[in-house]
Design a protein around this ligand. Structure first.
Ligand code: ADE
Ligand code: ZN
Length: 341
């Protein structure tokens, strides 16, 4: 059990979230509502049936359901509503800054214009700042199970909206789709001024993490939990302070770890790596950032200092300016002083 004090401390802590797929925040209720108004038939017709279907045995079994859910999203308003719903929840959990992935190819391949996707998301991000004071950045992911040419065309589509996107990323089915497949795309993205991140070492081997660093020049590794299979790589991640955006509930739901008690988050922290905790696809994995922190604290016995380190790492690893980072870390430190352990 989390003691009452520690639980409230986690709930109230100022947080940054760096790994959340906007399509993975589509809650069953909103999915049914949007599918209904767009007259898109769903294989699962009720919220209860949807919840029941969310049992996964690996990443691919999840992605099949995730892409099925994205088929409901058609209009700019759908993307606005989806993003707004996530931001409202995030603000309730005292997320002060969010860096959000979107998967344009999951939509453009169905005939939805790139413009509708990004404008809907961007409008919500802009509107939320004055309402909740929550800052945000947008990261465009390429689907790695599709070709490098398709990723390059998506990069071209994004250029008119360059000012709205801070970085490009790489997601979807990891095994068999090594980072090296996307070397040219990522080099071009860098030339265009984008930062880069990549999912690596979620199901894939440590070598995919190394490729992401050396060939794609990423600033952060998304997941990265399989790095522990390679001690030289771990030393490098610590030495170069490469952030890992770890998603504990996701890893258990997708059977990367048998249980949260078996998760290596605490080990990574104790090795001095720049680890952060994130929600990945919270509508599918049973919790947002607070639930991820609460469950990890309970399962792994994280201390108050561990929780602070995780929160601080996230602000440090964000794509905010040095001044903005200092402001949020100052807020976090004042929170710590006001809540002595
Ligand atoms: N797309 C959405 N969630 C993902 C995950 N956990 N891994 C890879 N691609 C994803
Ligand atoms: Zn992810």
């Amino acid at each position: 059990m989390v003691s009452g004090d520690l639980e409230q401390f986690i709930r109230d802590l100022p947080k940054a979230e760096l790994h959340v797929h906007i399509e993975g925040t589509l809650e069953p209720e909103l999915l049914c509502e949007i599918a209904g108004r767009n007259r898109i038939p769903l294989r699962f017709r009720t919220v209860k049936e949807l919840h029941k279907a969310y049992q996964f045995h690996n990443l691919q079994s999840f992605l099949d359901i995730y892409y099925e859910g994205t088929r409901a999203l058609l209009s700019e308003q759908d993307f606005f509503d989806l993003t707004w719903a996530y931001l409202e929840r995030a603000a309730q959990q005292n997320v002060r800054h969010a860096e959000i992935f979107f998967d344009p190819q999951a939509h453009t391949d169905r005939g939805v214009p790139f413009d509708a996707v990004i404008t809907g998301i961007h409008r919500a991000l802009e509107d939320v700042l004055p309402v909740f004071g929550l800052s945000s950045r947008l990261i465009m992911c390429f689907l790695r199970h599709l070709s490098a040419d398709a990723a390059m065309r998506t990069l071209d589509d994004s250029l008119p909206f360059k000012d709205w996107i801070v970085a490009v990323g790489l997601d979807s089915s990891e095994l068999g789709h090594a980072p090296e497949k996307f070397v040219e795309v990522f080099a071009r993205a860098k030339e265009e001024g984008y930062l880069t991140v990549a999912h690596a070492g979620e199901e894939g081997p440590p070598d995919y993490i190394r490729q992401a660093l050396d060939l794609l020049n990423v600033s952060r590794i998304d997941h990265g939990v399989r790095c522990l299979d390679d001690s030289t790589l771990v030393q490098r991640l610590a030495r170069e302070r490469i952030p890992l955006t770890v998603c504990p509930l996701s890893n258990v739901k997708l059977c990367v770890f048998k249980s949260l008690e078996d998760h290596n988050l605490k080990k990574l922290l104790d090795l001095g790596l720049c680890v952060t905790v994130n929600s990945d696809d919270p509508a599918y994995f049973g919790g947002y950032i607070t639930e991820n922190l609460l469950a990890s604290q309970q399962a792994l016995g994280l201390t108050r200092h561990d929780i602070y380190t995780l929160a601080r790492n996230a602000f440090e690893a964000s794509f905010l300016s040095a001044g903005e980072k200092a402001r949020y870390i100052g807020e976090l430190d004042r929170f710590m002083q006001a809540h002595p352990g």
